[in-house]
Design a protein around this ligand. Structure first.
Ligand code: AP5
Ligand code: MG
Length: 194
């Protein structure tokens, strides 16, 4: 099993590159943002609660997202590995993920951190907002999401650095160029399925 965290600020390309990685390496994609948006669209109690945080660009409480991750891992017992996109976003989430994976006799093997300058992030998200229908792709909420990232999520990179799992990747090249750089790192652990 090979488990990868795709790490980075809002708009750094986590979702875009996850799609490429999933189709080439046949990993199971777990995006907490996508899972939460699905709950919101189905008006579940969890979704109604989460929406209050998401619309403000704030993180949803740890226990909510950790519970979602745990059930997704359990739903895929024969997985080749997972790609975690947008999770973990706080140190308690990172510690909980380590415990969940340890329980399954596995671990996080690699964390790829997409590094993109802030003006480029804002430009990408405003442009995505024109068609995405995402309530948090407005200039005001984008700014708050980036602030929340610096305050709560960036320290998670140090957590993985301390565990020698972090690789920083330049994320403001084209989408195919960035994918090529990511594959160089992943291929040290797992080869693409042809
Ligand atoms: P989430 O859905 O995870 O959003 P995010 O982290 O803010 O990131 P985005 O999905 O906006 O960006 P991305 O990095 O995936 O970039 P993308 O590939 O789309 O979270 C949303 C909310 O849910 C949070 O604010 C929070 O409330 C809650 N939440 C989620 N997870 C949580 C957790 N673990 N704990 C607590 N709360 C949680 O690319 C962006 C755009 O750029 C696209 O249009 C794309 O086409 C374009 N693009 C991508 N790469 C390139 C490139 N190389 N060149 C040019 N354009 C590019
Ligand atoms: Mg995303």
């Amino acid at each position: 099993m090979f488990n990868l965290v795709l790490f980075g600020p809002p708009g750094s390309g986590k979702g875009t590159q996850s799609e490429n990685i999933v189709s080439n390496y046949k990993l199971d994609h777990i995006s907490t943002g996508d899972l939460l948006r699905d709950e919101v669209s189905r008006h579940t109690p969890l979704g109604i609660e989460a929406k209050k945080f998401m619309d403000q660009g704030m993180l949803v409480p740890d226990e909510v997202v950790i519970g979602m991750i745990s059930s997704r891992i359990d739903e895929n017992p024969n997985s080749r590995g997972f790609i975690f996109d947008g999770f973990p976003r706080t140190r308690p989430q990172a510690e909980a993920l380590d415990k969940l994976l340890e329980f399954k006799n596995t671990a996080i093997h690699l964390v790829l951190s997409l590094e993109v300058p802030e003006p480029e992030l804002i430009k990408r998200l405003i442009s995505r907002g024109e068609t995405s229908g995402r309530s948090d792709d407005t200039e005001e909420v984008i700014t708050r999401r980036i602030k929340e990232y610096h305050a709560k999520t960036q320290p998670v990179a140090n957590y993985y650095y301390e565990h020698s799992k972090l690789e920083r990747v330049v994320g403001d090249n084209s989408i195919p160029e960035t994918f090529k750089i990511l594959t160089k790192h992943i291929n040290k652990y797992l080869l693409p399925v042809t």
